[in-house]
Design a binder for this molecule. Structure first.
Ligand code: UDP
Length: 416
C-alpha cells in the first residue's frame, strides 16, 4: 500500500528540526532525477520501505522514480536460491541458473531506458542490470540481506556484478565485505510511524477489526507477522507456543503473506498447516494469510508478546513495528534483530534453537503486566530514537548528495 502521508504529519513525532534538515538536504537535489529498481511492489521489507520512502521523496521535491523488475517464475525461483545462499545455504550454481538470471535482467534492460542522474538497485534480483547500460551516472547497490556468512561460490559470482557499482549499501556494519573494492555505507532500515500499519488505533477499533478475521481477545495473544519463509521459522514458533501453552493459557496468531518475488511461500505454508493440524493446541492457533496493513497494526497492538523467531534476518522491520506499538518482542539473536531488541530492556533475545529460552521469556512476560508495560515503553522510545523513516530519508538524501557531488568532481577532473 502506497503511503501518501504529508511530511508535516511527522512534525509532532520527530520535531521541526529534523524536518528542516530533511528539507535542506532535499533542496540540494533539486532538478536531479533518481531511479530505484527492485523486484516486488508488495510483500517483504524492501517493498514496505519503498512504499513509504518514494512518496516522501516526492513530498520534499525530489524526483524519485521506482520501477519493478519483470521476471518469470523460474527466474524468481533462482533468485530466491541466490538469496538463501547469500544467507549461508548450499546451492547448485549451474550454468542454467546463471543464464536465466543474466538473460532475464538483460531482457528487462531492453525496454527500460535509464537516463537518470543516479540509480539505486535493491537486492540481487536486478543486480546484473548495470552490465547492460553505458554507465553515465553513479549506481548504488543496496543489499538488504544478511550477507555476513554467504555461500562463497554465489558470493563470488555476484561480487563480479557488485564491483561494477559505485557504492555498496548494507543494513549493519557486520555486513560490510572485506573483499569488495568499492565504498561501503551502512544505512539502517526504518518504519513509517504514520503509515496505516503503524498509526495509533483505539482499543475498540482493534478488537472490532480483529473480530472480522476471527481473532477474539479473550485469551492473551502471542503472534508472529512474517512472510511464510523457512528463514522466519513459523514451525519453530508453533513449537515454542506448545511449550508456553503447557504452562499458561494463551493463543497464537501467525499472520503472513506471499511476496511476488518469493516462490517458497506456498510450500512453507503447507508444512506449517500440517504441523498445526497435529498440535494438541491447534484450537488456539490461528493461521492468517491476508495482505492487510491495518490488520498487522491491530494484531501487533493486541498482542501481549510478539515473536520473531527468524533463523537469519537482514534487519526485520516487524520487530521495530511491534516495539513502536509498545509490545515487547521475544526474538532470535540474529542479523538486525539485536539492534532493535535490547535484551531485558524492551524484550528478550535467544539463540533461534533455544525453544525453552523463548518459551520461558514469553511466559515471564505473559505473567507480568508491569514488565510488559515497562518493556513496551522502552521499546517505543528506542524505535522513535533510531528507526523512524524520517531518519532513513535523511540518510538517503545525504548519501545521494555525496555520491552526486563526488561524481561531479570526478567528471570535472577528467575534463581538466
Ligand atoms: N508483512 C505484512 N503482512 C504480513 C507479513 C508481513 O504486511 O502478513 C510486512 C511486515 O509488516 C513488514 C514486512 O512485511 O513490514 C516484512 O519486513 P521484514 O523486514 O520484517 O522481513 P522481510 O519480509 O523483508 O524478510
Amino acid at each position: 500500500m502506497i503511503n501518501n502521508n504529508n511530511l508535516a504529519s511527522y512534525t509532532k513525532i520527530v520535531g521541526k528540526l529534523e524536518l528542516d534538515k530533511i528539507h535542506a538536504e532535499a533542496e540540494k537535489l533539486s532538478g536531479k532525477h533518481i531511479l530505484c529498481i527492485n523486484s516486488t511492489y508488495q510483500g517483504g521489507g524492501v517493498a514496505e520501505i519503498l512504499n513509504s520512502l518514494v512518496p516522501l521523496f516526492d513530498q520534499v521535491g525530489v524526483d524519485f522514480g521506482w520501477r519493478i523488475l519483470h521476471g518469470t517464475p523460474d527466474f524468481f525461483t533462482i533468485t530466491k536460491k541466490f538469496h538463501n545462499a547469500l544467507q549461508g545455504n548450499r546451492i547448485n550454481l549451474s550454468q542454467r541458473k546463471k543464464d536465466i538470471y543474466y538473460q532475464t535482467t538483460k531482457r528487462f534492460s531492453t525496454f527500460t531506458h535509464i537516463d537518470h542522474d543516479l540509480v539505486v538497485i535493491h537486492d540481487p534480483q536486478p543486480l546484473p542490470l548495470i552490465s547492460f547500460y553505458e554507465k553515465k551516472q553513479p549506481w548504488i547497490f543496496r543489499c538488504h540481506i544478511d550477507i555476513s556468512e554467504p555461500n562463497k561460490e554465489v558470493w563470488n559470482y555476484l561480487k563480479a556484478f557488485i564491483q561494477k557499482y559505485d557504492r555498496f549499501v548494507v543494513s549493519l556494519p557486520e555486513y560490510k565485505k572485506e573483499d569488495l573494492n568499492i565504498p561501503q555505507t551502512v544505512i539502517r532500515p526504518a518504519i513509517d510511524p504514520v503509515a496505516v500499519k503503524n498509526k495509533p488505533v483505539s482499543e475498540s477499533k482493534i478488537s472490532k477489526f480483529l473480530e472480522k478475521f476471527g481473532v477474539d481477545r479473550k485469551k492473551p495473544i502471542i503472534s508472529q507477522v512474517s512472510r511464510f519463509d523457512p528463514w522466519k521459522d513459523p514451525i519453530g514458533v508453533v513449537k515454542v507456543f506448545e511449550r508456553v501453552k503447557k504452562k499458561t493459557d494463551c493463543q497464537l496468531v501467525l499472520l503472513g503473506q506471499f511476496a511476488t518475488d518469493d516462490p517458497e511461500g506456498q510450500k512453507v505454508f503447507q508444512a506449517l498447516e500440517k504441523k498445526v493440524d497435529k498440535s494438541p493446541f491447534k484450537n488456539d492457533i490461528k493461521l492468517l494469510i491476508v495482505d492487510n496493513a491495518f490488520l498487522v497494526n491491530c494484531l501487533q497492538r493486541a498482542s501481549s508478546v510478539v515473536i520473531q523467531k527468524s533463523l537469519k534476518e537482514g534487519f526485520g522491520l516487524t520487530v521495530s513495528e511491534a516495539l513502536y506499538k509498545e509490545t515487547p518482542v521475544v526474538a532470535s539473536k540474529v542479523g538486525g534483530i539485536p539492534t532493535q531488541v535490547i535484551n531485558g530492556v524492551n524484550g528478550f533475545l535467544h539463540n533461534p534453537k533455544d525453544y525453552n529460552g523463548f518459551s520461558d521469556s514469553i511466559i515471564k512476560l505473559l505473567k507480568d503486566e508491569k514488565l510488559r508495560t515497562e518493556m513496551g515503553k522502552a521499546g517505543k522510545e528506542h524505535i522513535k530514537k533510531n528507526f523512524l523513516i524520517t531518519r532513513l530519508i535523511l540518510d538517503w538524501l545525504m548519501l545521494l548528495n555525496k555520491e552526486l557531488s563526488e561524481n561531479e568532481k570526478k567528471l570535472s577532473s577528467n575534463h581538466e
